[in-house]
Design a protein around this ligand. Sequence first.
Ligand code: S3P
Length: 165
Amino acid sequence: MIVSLVGLPGSGKTTVGRQLARRLQLPFQDSDQVIEVRIGIPIRTYFEQHGEAPFRDLEEQVIAELVAGPSCVLSTGGGVVLRTNNRHALHRSGPVVYLKSNPDELYRRLRHDQSRPLLQVADPLGKMRDLFAVRDPLYRETAHFVMETGRPSVATLVNMIVMQL
Ligand code: S3P
């Protein structure tokens, strides 16, 4: 069984995923980390050198491999839901949790973070709002349930997720 976390960049997928994995006594996997190990450079650099499409191809391949592998908690990149194959693969492989956050709050959190290639634009707040508008329906479609982040602590979120599984 693969327990997946989806949501916008900065929504806490990695932080919550690690603690959830510990709690469920499952290995933790992060598809972005798997990709970075494979390409040997930061994703941001890869984006700059090759553009988004080759990254999405790699991401799709890595997701297909991970969902075919042993049980784990899987934290995904924010754009994973853009590909239909990924949405189906994650949904079929076990419970998918959408960590839903307000785009304005995410922008405040990521303002100084240089590692998010999609936010290195003139209007990152507008960009985050656009990402939310496009992706929120896709996260909902992929997930079995939605957890509002924001107020609850990571520990509380993990408890709430465990109760839903
Ligand atoms: C992306 C989010 C990133 C990473 C890549 C693309 C996106 O992951 O996969 O930079 O399209 O939202 P995080 O959600 O962990 O930042």
